[in-house]
Design a binder for this molecule. Structure first.
Ligand code: NAP
Length: 229
């Protein structure tokens, strides 16, 4: 009996890597990112655990690369995780940084989802999970573009959920607080942040609901933050 297939974007490190590892006990993984070496290391780790992983090197902002990477994949789960953040005051953001965040965090959702979703609709089953952020429902200094992209992710997820729920496809958005990854400056103490594995567990719990139950939005935070110590 073939196992279900889960596509994870941004699987080369951080939260996406943790999600791919966490899901690999129940799914065949298709791992997407630009860093082929890291994807190969992930593949070996998953295979070492008795799982299966197909590494697909692609930049999610390159529609031809995304088509080449995912055009032949019949996915049961899609985790749209790839993301970048340049967190600084608006006037210090370069035009390239602004456009890159919009392209990776938001515009890429169009191409990746559009390639994977039709097969889910035809099968009348599947689950699309976006990795948003608590920045997607609030504001902070330095987040003018990043938070805006995550607000957009949240709106996209809810609209898509309303469009495809009757076709048997679930759509969820998982919003983490601060996670200890390479995403942000690691010079400060990161010991208080969530481990990427905690976000992976949250994604797994969203996927494990009964067929007629949908957790559409989930926020996962650390219990304590530094200023409270
Ligand atoms: P990370 O450690 O920097 O990992 C980012 C991942 O995205 C990498 O695998 C990277 O792979 C991939 N990626 C970036 N640009 C890409 C592109 N153009 N094409 C394909 N893949 C690309 O960051 P992270 O913390 O795990 O972040 C993952 C997601 O969680 C993001 O959506 C982020 O907004 C969200 N998030 C993070 C935090 C946090 O505190 N860390 C909090 C809330 C939400 P390659 O470089 O190999 O392509």
């Amino acid at each position: 009996m073939p196992r279900p297939v889960a596509v994870v974007t941004g699987a080369s490190r951080g939260i996406g890597r943790a999600i791919a590892l966490r899901l690999s006990s129940g799914y065949d993984i298709v791992a997407v990112a630009r860093a082929s070496g890291e994807l190969d290391t992930l593949t070996r780790e998953i295979e070492g655990r008795g799982g299966s992983c197909r590494p697909r090197v692609a930049d999610v902002t390159d529609v031809a690369a995304v088509q080449g990477a995912l055009g032949d994949v019949d996915a049961d789960v899609l985790v749209n995780n790839a993301g970048v953040g340049a967190l600084k005051p608006m006037l210090e953001l370069t035009r390239d940084e602004w456009r890159r965040m919009v392209d990776v965090n938001f515009n890429a959702l169009y191409d990746v989802t559009r390639i994977v979703l039709p097969r889910m609709m035809r099968r009348r089953s599947g689950h699309v999970v976006m990795i948003g952020s608590i920045a997607g429902r609030g504001a902070f200094v330095g987040g003018s573009c990043y938070a805006a992209t995550k607000h957009a992710v949240s709106a996209f997820a809810e609209c898509l959920m309303l469009e495809v729920r009757d076709e048997g496809v679930k759509v969820s958005v998982v919003n983490p607080g601060s996670v200890a990854t390479h995403f942000s400056d690691r010079s400060s103490d990161e010991s208080w942040k969530l481990a990427p594995e905690a976000v992976a567990d949250a994604v797994a719990s969203v996927l494990e609901t009964p067929p007629n139950v949908l957790i559409h939005r989930l926020e996962v935070r650390t219990l304590t933050v530094p200023h409270k110590r």
